[in-house]
Design a binder for this molecule. Sequence first.
Ligand code: FAD
Ligand code: UDP
Length: 386
Amino acid sequence: MHPHVIVVGAGFSGAVMAERFASVADQRVLVLEQRPHIGGNCYDYKNEHGIVVHQYGPHLFHTSKQEVWDYLSNFTTWHPYEHKVLSRVDGKLVPLPFNLNTLEQLYPSQQAAYIESLLIDQFGEGSKVPILTLKKASEPALRELGQLVYDKFFVNYTVKQWGCRPEDISPEVTARVPVVVSRDNRYFHDTYQAIPSEGYTPLFERMLGHKNIQVETSCDALRRLTLDAATGTVCLDGEVFSGKLIYTGTLDSLFSFVDGELPYRSLRFDYETLPQREFQPATTVNYPNEEAFTRITEFKHILPCNSAHTTIVREYPQQYDRANPEADVPYYPVFTDKNQDAYERYRQMTLRFNSLTVLGRLADYRYYNMDDAVQNALSTFASLHK
Ligand code: FAD
Ligand code: UDP
């Protein structure tokens, strides 16, 4: 196959680009994916007990972006699902995000009612307050609440997850889980919240099943592609490639780490299947304080199945190390100003190649949810195919 377009990576960013180029632009697309499967971090499979397991940690789809919902609905039907999380604090399982129900479970009722009225006066009913904002509230009782939530829910979890305290990472990270001034226990508040009925992998199979698309898995694209910055030339298997190159991997690896390594955070997933119907009362229970892992997820709660067994996963954050096969997956860019500057230097290098487009969680060095990745890919395609 002589492709018009090469797409590196078969996660949402790459799959959307491949599907759009194949079906809208009628181009031949070659997708190169280093893992033995498609789907990127959203990859899932049914295990021997009929339980759909997410191989790279729990993936809960939620979006308020109509375009994304409509687009993905071409490739799947949906199982309605609203994610709920409990956090284990002081030996109790309480709702997270911290909300008025959580407040009532941790405070004596009179004090809870008083703090509730302060929260509503100060921020308004239904508002979402980042923990770092609440900690600086002008009202002393609210500052105290902010400190308590920070101490019991955030600081140790964040140190485990990122290797640093909440103040030392971009505020957008902890703002993902704000204090919510309502009794809504849901983890997300988007218009659409659902899981592909048969799982994510069949959705990707349909996206990439187009006759114009060829997928090669277990293929590190950087072994087949050469980029010459002096001339802006891209070669595939030693021959000049004059089509479009869409790249969704890390930028430091694309440029052979010439400007040093970009920092990432990795995870170790510890899966366990138990001979019991249920392990815990919610899909995810967070362990901010006592354990080395951050959370336990039980998959049966996501897509129900009638098995006498249940499968859970514990997530252990760890330092990313590309030389260590146990820690060489860059799950999260580490969001600090310094790292952003280092990333921008790599981003500048991409401009030397007219045919190169980079996007996705890794190549954009951004904390994208699945719907962000899909939205960006749709708009990137629209800007390339006018
Ligand atoms: P990826 O899915 O990472 O895909 C990139 C692909 O490129 C990978 O398959 C990689 O193997 C491949 N690749 C990289 N380099 C090369 C190379 N040199 N050659 C060939 N292939 C290469 N989002 C939500 O909306 N809800 C959630 O609940 C949620 N939970 C998450 C939980 C965890 C633990 C993590 C890590 C992320 C979670 N996300 C969630 C985010 C979601 O995973 C991302 O938004 C989405 O996967 C981004 O898609 P992507 O295609 O940009 O990246
Ligand atoms: N966080 C925390 N305690 C929690 C949950 C989240 O401190 O119980 C912080 C932590 O820094 C985490 C961030 O909020 O990395 C974002 O949490 P989210 O659940 O969105 O993380 P993800 O699911 O993307 O790993």
